[in-house]
Design a protein around this ligand. Structure first.
Ligand SMILES: Cc1cc2nc3c(=O)[nH]c(=O)nc-3n(C[C@H](O)[C@H](O)[C@H](O)COP(=O)(O)OP(=O)(O)OC[C@H]3O[C@@H](n4cnc5c(N)ncnc54)[C@H](O)[C@@H]3O)c2cc1C
Length: 434
């Protein structure tokens, strides 16, 4: 049994950063990353992929390239099982679009296992939600939304010839960061589309965007100053927000709430909650009711010395009883904590000692390519939370994505890629048109 290998399953915001850092120290014979996909896209940018302002083919970073550059081994495939006694991870066969087997089912031996497979939409049993909404769970879903929107815009442009009152109605369920960012990005994209080829469409009038939120305000977990500033910006962009709205049923063309109100929806996006993948509950490891793996303060899965979990799929309770929120910020910090724990063990030193503590550095919400609002916490500013907006907030927001690229690509490549994208944006339309 090879107990020296470190297997990380899930190369997202947290897992990929961990694989890169460990790979650079220990090399490909020791560090393996498993992911169900061939390429990585930072999940917080998926609303841009959905709106077409970020091209999935330019943005995706291929795992084999990242593995080569950072010194880890990459295995393509979805984890589907665990043999804890023999320390084996079971990887499903990989099939192509027509179902032909490309890679067989495999088993990987591990000495240390890190599970960082992220999350997916939680539909809370709402009728029709799974069948009639699109969720930004991954790049494929975001790209599929973009293609559907293009198709609807093309049809609308034709319909406008016969019926000047025709519209494209988009409903987003959930006014957390995902829903709010998507709405603003879609509004910006719809303006660009009406300039390129869809000349009969007046975006602000003909593309209606409505956000339905169950809580009394949008961005309910953020400070009131951020929520009200974001609401103002959404209203300026002709985006309708309905608060205190509990969605009970969704069909192919409409959404109905608990008060009997009906909202026309040609396209409907579900952004109202997440849970960890269901298969995690079948591994024989402790999970909570959202399928998240229950971890101790040192991020080891409860009762398991050799298995860690981080990010959206881990349920980590803080000393004050609160849960670590499912955010890229937490996944990044937890990757750093596990990296230190593993490296200390490699060098025969003690583990960090203190349990992992989530440090909230604040939240930034993007409202299109020019605006962001948010709050920054502690450290940099003495106040417990400071409201930021305008150019400063926008620059801070952009820097988060760059910091992730820096962690996985290094300084020079991040700089070159940022420059290339800056130039490309000036040479091509703001949205992908094909
Ligand atoms: C539109 C949007 C905007 C967001 N904005 C922000 C923001 O501004 N700030 C913020 O902090 N957070 C934001 N988030 C949340 C943030 O993206 C997540 O909290 C973060 O990505 C979680 O990181 P992770 O490493 O746990 O999982 P992910 O980044 O989701 O990565 C999971 C990885 O696991 C892989 N995987 C899944 N199943 C398997 C399997 N069975 N076998 C192998 N691999 C598997 C996936 O392919 C993926 O690569 C946003 C999310 C969305 C959708």
């Amino acid at each position: 049994m090879d107990l020296s290998s470190i297997v990380i399953v899930g190369g997202g915001a947290g897992g990929l950063e961990l694989a890169c850092k460990l790979g650079r120290k220990l090399g490909p014979d020791r560090v393996t990353l498993v992911d169900a996909k061939m390429y990585h896209i930072w999940k917080p940018s998926l609303h841009e992929v959905a709106a077409g302002t970020l091209d999935i083919h330019q943005e995706g970073l291929s795992y084999p390239m990242l593995a080569h550059n950072n010194g880890f081994n990459f295995v393509l495939g979805a984890m589907e099982g665990l043999n804890g006694r023999d320390r084996q991870v079971e990887i499903a066969a990989v099939r192509d679009d027509v179902g032909d087997e490309v890679l067989p089912r495999r088993v990987l031996q591990f000495g240390t296992l890190v599970i960082s497979v992220g999350s997916q939409s939680n539909y809370f049993g709402v009728k029709g939600a799974q069948d009639f909404t699109i969720s930004l769970d991954g790049p494929q879903q975001a790209e599929s939304f973009r293609l559907k929107m293009l198709k609807h815009l093309a049809t609308l442009d034709l319909r406008k010839k016969l019926d000047p009152s025709a519209s494209l109605d988009i409903v987003i369920i959930g006014a957390g960061a995902t829903g709010v960012e998507l709405a603003a990005e879609l509004r910006e994209a719809s303006h660009v589309h009406s300039r390129y080829g869809f000349s009969r469409i007046d975006a602000a009038r003909d593309v209606t965007i409505t956000i339905l939120e169950g809580a009394p305000s949008i961005l309910p977990v953020l400070p009131e100053s951020v929520s009200s500033a974001a609401l103002r910006l959404l209203e300026q962009r002709h985006i309708t927000v309905v608060n205190n709205c509990r969605v009970v049923e969704i069909s192919s063309k409409q959404v109905e709430d608990a008060s009997g109100n009906r909202y026309k929806a040609d396209l409907c996006v579900w952004a109202a909650g997440i849970k960890a993948p269901a298969w995690l509950a079948n591994l024989g490891l402790p999970v909570n009711r959202n399928n998240q793996l229950e971890v101790e303060g040192d991020l080891r899965v409860k009762g398991e010395h050799h298995i860690f979990s981080l990010g959206d799929c881990a349920a980590c309770v803080q000393p004050d009883g609160s849960m670590v929120p499912p955010r890229a910020q937490s996944a990044h910090q937890q990757a750093d904590y596990i990296y230190k724990t593993i490296l200390n063990a490699e060098r025969g030193k003690a583990a960090p000692g203190k349990p992992y503590l989530y440090k909230d550095h604040g939240s930034l919400v993007s409202l299109g390519s020019r605006s962001s609002v948010g709050s920054l916490m502690g450290g940099l500013f003495k106040a417990s939370s400071m409201f930021v907006d305008g150019f400063f907030a926008r620059s801070m927001y952009a820097s988060l994505h760059l910091m992730h690229h820096y962690a996985v690509l290094g300084g020079l490549k991040t700089f070159l890629l940022a420059m290339a994208r800056f130039l490309l944006k000036r040479a091509t339309p703001l949205v992908k048109l094909h």
